[in-house]
Design a protein around this ligand. Structure first.
Ligand code: SF4
Length: 353
């Protein structure tokens, strides 16, 4: 619930307005996950809340820690659907990669999550609670949210197919009396749900946008990302151009390009990609090259590092900024495209919470 919704809820219980603020802070700032811990509330009120409300709807089944420090959480909703969240530490800042859906309805050919199909959209609370659980695990309950924590909506699911819940969750997480993670620290990745790109451009306090592209040609993208049959490259790039017009000063947006060995990593692919950006006069963009993270259920392999370097150089020689994203947490199936509720016993399970 937003602060306003919580206020209405407390008034409907016949409780004074200030109690709603107390509880909002307890949930989002102190990150308490039971009413019992809110010892600054009268016992009677805590019992009343216990009877009428839920404070926590996710539980953690397992937690894996990669050799590179990445942590992967397999959570479950109260009605039993899987939710996956990944914590990625880096030297200067930490990033949480959250999910917006349980499973995913899109059928990107190189993605393990796609094999699950859509199980259901996550609620506003389930989106936010992923951050609360991870922050509590990493920093301890009630510790201040470290300044500079970044969020990426790149876990399981297509965020733009759960647009309203996503935007509501981001609004609540931005509250200075709560987690205080402002949209400027958030990047949302879409596989290309074109109407929502136009919608996002109109959101005042909006997150950064990343578009997963993975091919510069329709016939290839139709196979790799079948959503392309619904909104083709022309519609996608036209929307991207419109979005570019809404960028703030100094802001850019990102195209992500999953590099699949021998499939979409040729010199011609790089040249076509640069040409595509030029055709639509997209200048305030950068390309993230993501070497594919293999999994035995998928027929793809990663591009060699020499190929990735050459691809990057071709883009750069044509005036396109390109970066190679280092895969994180591959050993625990936490890397891009690998989230599929996998919990093999051979993964090193450090402890179950
Ligand atoms: S890559 Fe993203 S949008 Fe595509 S199937 Fe996987 S989770 Fe869904």
């Amino acid at each position: 619930m937003s602060r306003e919704q919580l206020e209405d809820f407390f008034l409907s219980l016949g409780e004074p307005r200030y109690r709603s603020m107390q509880v909002f802070k307890a949930v989002h700032q102190r990150r308490l996950q039971s009413f019992d811990e809110m010892t600054d509330l009268p016992k009677k009120l805590r019992a009343k809340l216990e009877d009428t409300a839920d404070i926590s709807r996710l539980s953690v089944g397992s937690r894996y820690v990669s050799t590179d420090g990445t942590r992967r959480y397999l959570m479950k909703t109260a009605d039993g659907y899987p939710v996956e969240t990944v914590f990625i530490p880096t030297e200067n800042r930490d990033t949480i990669c959250f999910s917006s859906q349980s499973g995913c309805p899109l059928k990107c050919d190189f993605c393990l999550t796609a094999k699950l199909g859509l199980l259901r959209n996550l609620t506003v609370g389930e989106i936010i609670e992923q951050m609360i659980i991870v922050l509590n695990d990493v920093y301890g309950v009630a510790a201040e949210t470290p300044h500079g924590t970044n969020l990426v909506g790149m876990g399981a699911g297509e965020p733009f197919l759960n647009f309203d819940n996503l935007i509501a969750a981001l609004g609540i997480m931005a509250d200075e009396n709560g987690l205080f993670i402002v949209p400027n620290r958030v990047t949302i990745s879409t596989a290309g749900i074109v109407p929502r790109i136009y919608d996002l451009a109109k959101v005042v306090h909006r997150p950064h946008l990343a578009i997963s592209l993975s091919s510069p040609r329709d016939e290839q993208r139709d196979v790799l990302m079948p959503i392309n049959k619904k909104w083709d490259l022309d519609e996608l790039m036209t929307a991207a151009k419109e979005f570019e017009g809404s960028l703030r000063r100094g802001e850019r947006f990102t195209f992500e390009y999953v590099m699949l060995g021998g499939v979409n990593d040729s010199d011609r692919d790089a040249i076509d990609l640069a040409d595509l950006l030029r055709r639509y006069q997209l200048t305030r963009v950068k390309i993230n090259l993501i070497p594919h993270n293999g999994a035995e259920q998928l027929d793809y392999k990663a591009s060699s590092s020499e190929r990735v370097d050459r691809f990057k150089k071709i883009l750069e020689s044509r005036g396109v900024d390109a970066y190679v994203r280092t895969p994180r947490g591959r050993d625990i199936y936490a890397a891009c495209g690998q989230l599929a509720a996998k919990s093999e016993p051979d993964l090193v399970q450090i402890r179950a919470i």
